[in-house]
Design a protein around this ligand. Structure first.
Ligand code: UDP
Ligand code: MG
Length: 321
């Protein structure tokens, strides 16, 4: 059983997944019955009965089960970090609790790592997005932008359903930033990544935690944490507007001298004031976002707080409630 090549730690962030966790667990042990699995569940401040469901798995499972119970909802990225800290195998896999990422692929990813010593990360990606057309287009557009703006590469359609070696885990833990964007972190740390195509399933129960607004915020934060290009907007637009105004000044002088035309009036001035005022506020806003991010980073708060860690290797039976 302690075969190193068959020992995997699974990191499973769970937020309000009461209907899914048991199904996920059962499905996973079914396909991975020949493997030695450590389950690291993170209960990310669920407001439903997720923790109770997890405790039942914990009490009955013959596998190594850890539950990291957060003191509140800290978000998936923090949950992943907590998971990384608590894995003990050489192969680590991130997977969602909602069965959108079929655990059968774990075997394929493991094969790649076992057969290719030079590959460190296997990342699953979807070639065609199954989401609605509009969202899919927006996401692809986001990848275009972020690839232009930042030095590291982002692969469109790549998920954080990944398996990697311990050296990758150690590198990821070195990045202690508050604003975590795991896709960026994966490309920033480097290593050889093998991309494997997969089909995303429908969410079993419950609904996705992503609204359109949340996606936008996430996209902007992602760009901010891996690029300072938006800050250059001020210098570029400043330069362009000065250039345009100098040209316009010359045009006005020439018109006045040659044809005696009065400087055009009210509407132009109002539009220009509003336009430039708006532009300035926008740029200040962008700078403000970066300062805000720096403020948060500077506080250096922990990425999460645990209420309790359960580990069934400690051989303690949990109280039922
Ligand atoms: N999740 C989490 N904390 C959060 C939001 C989500 O741990 O604040 C977990 C969630 O339980 C699931 C995974 O992250 O296991 C992916 O979330 P979701 O299915 O909502 O995202 P989607 O698949 O729609 O991208
Ligand atoms: Mg999902």
């Amino acid at each position: 059983m302690m075969n190193k090549e068959k020992s995997i730690s699974l990191i499973i962030p769970c937020y309000n997944e009461e209907e899914n966790v048991k199904l996920f667990y059962e499905e996973t042990i079914k396909v991975l019955k020949d493997y030695n699995i450590e389950f690291v569940f993170i209960n990310d401040g669920s407001k439903d009965k997720t923790l109770n469901e997890l405790k039942e798995i914990y009490n009955t499972s013959k596998y190594n089960i850890k539950i990291i119970d957060f003191s509140r909802n800290f978000g998936k990225e923090s949950a992943i970090y907590a998971g990384l800290l608590n894995t003990s195998n050489d192969y680590i896999c991130l997977i969602d609790a909602d069965l959108q990422q079929n655990p059968k692929y774990i075997i394929d990813m493991l094969k790649v790592l076992n057969n290719n010593e030079e590959i460190d990360i296997v990342a699953m990606y979807q070639k065609t997005r199954k989401e609605n057309f509009f969202i899919a287009k927006l996401k692809n557009f986001f990848y275009k932008i972020i690839n232009k703006l930042s030095e590291v590469d982002f692969v469109s359609g790549a998920s954080d359903f990944r398996m990697f070696r311990k050296n990758v885990k150690d590198a990821m833990l070195e990045l202690k930033e508050q604003n975590r964007f795991s896709k960026g972190i994966f490309s920033w740390v480097g290593f050889n990544t093998y991309f494997m195509e997969y089909t995303v399933e429908e969410r079993k129960y419950g609904k996705s935690k992503w609204s359109l607004i949340k996606l936008f915020k996430y996209a902007f934060k992602g760009i901010m944490s891996f690029s300072t290009a938006p800050l250059k907007l001020a210098s570029i637009t400043g330069f362009l507007t000065s250039l345009i105004s100098i040209i316009y000044l010359i045009v006005v002088i020439i018109e006045k001298l040659t044809r005696g035309i009065e400087v055009s009036g009210y509407a132009t001035i109002v539009v220009l004031i509003l336009f430039l005022g708006g532009l300035q506020l926008l740029v200040i806003g962008i700078i403000g976002e970066y300062i805000g991010a720096m403020y948060i980073e500077n506080k250096n708060r922990p990425l999460f707080i645990t209420r309790k860690i359960y580990n069934n290797q400690d051989k303690k039976e949990l109280p039922k409630k």
